[in-house]
Design a protein around this ligand. Structure first.
Ligand code: ZN
Length: 58
């Protein structure tokens, strides 16, 4: 767990904000966890895109 996980899970961060935090923090994170966070954000981003497409194509 890191600040990104905590804030993102509380929905206090958007994906965009989480990515920018990731960019700043990834170097100081455990490499394994940096990978996990990246995967989490990628998945969240894919889901968000899916939702947007659903909404724009009724
Ligand atoms: Zn974390």
């Amino acid at each position: 767990m890191c600040l990104i996980c905590i804030e993102y899970q509380k929905q206090k961060m958007t994906i965009r904000e989480a990515w920018s935090a990731y960019g700043e923090m990834a170097a100081g994170m455990e490499p394994k966890h940096a990978d996990e966070v990246r995967e989490m954000l990628k998945e969240a981003e894919a889901k968000e895109k899916e939702e947007q497409q659903k909404n724009s194509n009724p």
